[in-house]
Design a protein around this ligand. Sequence first.
Ligand SMILES: Cc1cc2nc3c(=O)[nH]c(=O)nc-3n(C[C@H](O)[C@H](O)[C@H](O)COP(=O)(O)O)c2cc1C
Length: 187
Amino acid sequence: MKILIVYGTTEGQTRKISHFMEAVLKDGGHEVTVADASETPPSPASYDAVIIGASIHIHKYQSAVVHYIKQNIEALNKKPSAFFSVCLAIVSDLEEEHREARKITTDFLEHAGWKPVMTTQIAGALKYTEYDFFKRLIMKMIAKREGRTTDTSKDYEYTDWNAVREFVKEFAVNAKIHPITAGLQNR
Ligand SMILES: Cc1cc2nc3c(=O)[nH]c(=O)nc-3n(C[C@H](O)[C@H](O)[C@H](O)COP(=O)(O)O)c2cc1C
């Protein structure tokens, strides 16, 4: 299958996840294109399946991803597609943070009118050493509230690569079996 992966990223983790997905899919014999939503990504038209990813910053996804989905909504709803949301709330000790992260995703998809056959929440990274002073301060405060580390001398990656691999493999299998109405479960 020809698969397109379009991502939005602010600090790079969603790009890293997208390229990991690319490697998994290529291993499975698929032809894959990865594109940054902010750099004129190709239209979904000439692909068999599309995966879109974005990360949450102050409860919102990258506007380039929002724009891409809006521009291509008809094509997206006609073929198997998946959405992955990258955030940190999902690794919080607080269950309400998990609920909030899932609600950001469902509200976003509903507002866009997009019906991906699979969605998932993927834990991102805390890149303390790359943040400017204010970002580091904000992230330290949030980390403290959510029970994560506040040692800002290091970066922390929470991404569960096995879960990412399983998600993308399941998507590829089901997209092939059910090319139009892949009857998959949202997670
Ligand atoms: C300024 C800032 C705000 C963030 N806001 C949220 C948020 O509202 N909810 C959340 O779950 N994660 C939030 N995060 C965590 C990011 O989603 C996480 O670091 C992710 O890995 C970023 O992905 P990216 O590198 O692809 O942009 C925030 C991160 C930063 C730096």
